[in-house]
Each structure stands twice: as C-alpha cells, then as structure tokens.
Design a protein around this ligand. Sequence first.
Ligand code: UDP
Length: 326
Amino acid sequence: MSTPVLVTGGAGYVGSHACKLLHARGYHPVVFDNLSRGHRRAAQWGTFVEGDLGDKDAIKAVLLEHRISQVLHFAAYAYVAESVRRPRQYYRNNVANTLNLLEAMVEVESDTLIFSSSCATYGEPDTVPISEDHPQRPINPYGRTKLTVERMLADFGDAYGLKHVSLRYFNAAGADPAGEIGEDHDPEPHLIPLVLEVAAGQRPHVAIFGADYPTPDGTCVRDYVHVSDLAQAHVQALEYLAGGGGNTAFNLGNGDGYSVREVIDSAQRVTGRPIPVIEARRRWGDPARLVGSSERAREVLGWNPEFPELDAIVDTAWKWHGRGTP
Ligand code: UDP
C-alpha cells in the first residue's frame, strides 16, 4: 500500500504541484483544504477532503482514518500586502490553525511535518545571498506568522518529538510543465502572472511598485524558483526525515536575483509581446533584495532544480496562462 501523506492546502498553488509529484513517487496524497483560496480542480491526485484547520477534530479524524504520520503543511495566507492590512486573519489562519494541526498531530501520534516557510522570515537582509543562519527579522505580518510557526515547530520537536523541516521558499513561480496545474489566484497579486496577463492583452499595463530602491535599476530584486522544483524539495525533505535526518530549515531559491524590470524583459522575450509599464509607489512591506543561498538543500537533500533559468520559469507560466486558447 502506498504511504499516505496529509497535504494541507493541497488544492493551492504549491500544494497541488507537490501532490502531483507525491503521486508520481508512489505516495498517496490526502488533500485537506477548505477551498478558501485553492481550487477543487487542482486537487487531482489522491484523496480530497474538504476541511478547515480551524477544526481540530476534523484534522484528527482525517489523520486517524488514513493512518497518516507524515504531513506537508502548505495551507496559509501568503500575501505580504494583505497581511499588513489584515494581521488578524493572518495570525488566525497561519498561526492559530497551525497550532491546531500540531496539537492534532501530537494527540494522534503523527510525527513528521514539512512546513512551507518563507524568505519573508529574514526581513531586510544584511548580506545576500541569504543563508539559513542569517538572522530572522521579518518586516511584515506575513513573515512574522511564518517565523512564529518555525519557533512553534522547534518547541514541539523538543517537547513532543515532532520531526520537522521548514522550507523557506524564495519566490515561487512557473507552472507544471505538463500544463495540468498552475498559478491561479483571485485576485492575482504576483508579478509574473500579472505581467503575463498584460502580455495576453487582459490588462493595459503592469505597475512597478517602487523604482527608487537601492538596487541597480531601482526596482526590487527577487529570487524566482520553479514551483515543481519546490515540490521536489518537499518529497526530498520527507525522505530526509524518514532516513533519520534532524530537524532543520532549508532555503529554496536559485541564488540569482532578478529585478522587476528584468522579469518584465524576460516576459517580453518569452511571449514576443510588448508589456507596457507604469511606475507606482512602493508596496508596503517589500524588502529591496531577497536572494537565497540554497547550498544546504543541494548538499543535504540532494535538491537539484530542473528549471533554474528565469526565462524557462516564465515560459512554463506562459504556457499555463494560455491554456485553452488556440
Ligand atoms: N511587484 C510589482 N508589481 C506588481 C506585483 C509585484 O512591482 O504588480 C513587485 C513586488 O513589489 C515585489 C516583486 O514584484 O518586489 C515580487 O512580488 P510578488 O507579489 O510576485 O511576490 P512577493 O515578493 O511579494 O512574494
């Protein structure tokens, strides 16, 4: 029988790509998702359970019913700007609901959790590329919720023997190369899909949020990492813990920083279409430059991204974006 893995947020962007890979690797994903941000159609692999992490009894029931000891925990709100406006919802969903999940796991003796953490836990970095031992000083509520959970995991590990890995993603981007799933947020706040909507003629222009940052072209620099490569790291992290690896955190990025303008240039190359821009004010809570060193993930997990190039990442997103159009 294939090993069951609970995937909270498995109908979401990164979670659905992880389910596809889990299934391909012979695991049985059990998606637990309230569909508040995910899509039922994205949960195509394994078993789907509509449920909310606010309901601890429902979490326990699914863990017991499917005899689950391993959990991939994706379910969370993940927009920096929204977290600044609505910290209550972010602490409730990302922190309080994760506490429910951890309590449920302890109570039914599920012992392994891979957590979707974020480079937002570092805040404004002293040095780039950022390594895992860089101080974590988040500058927005979203990053603070993720850091709070990392600390909860450490305490649950010490006290109850919970085995855990936190994966600190840099900027998740791109889509399943086979085109079955991709990024589908409503409203869409992320740069690459917005730029592609402009290329597709669905928006008149893209706004550059701040052209006065202390970066070479004045726009924010980010490290874009393909969503299928993130999925890969989750399966490797499960195997790492199953093989006796210790509780830890890994950065997941490509180590290359691209500015907002460079992302727009890439999208123009990939799509062959013009992408008009306007310059707008900075978005609150955005650090100038976030670029990660993922040497540890490469060495310890054997992580080897398949899509490290920005144009390749944008290309998979563009193919997903154009699905269904002739
Ligand atoms: N950004 C932008 N215009 C947009 C959306 C995003 O200039 O319409 C910038 C944003 O300020 C950040 C970068 O693009 O510097 C990546 O933003 P995104 O929302 O994609 O990811 P985040 O870094 O917030 O996780």
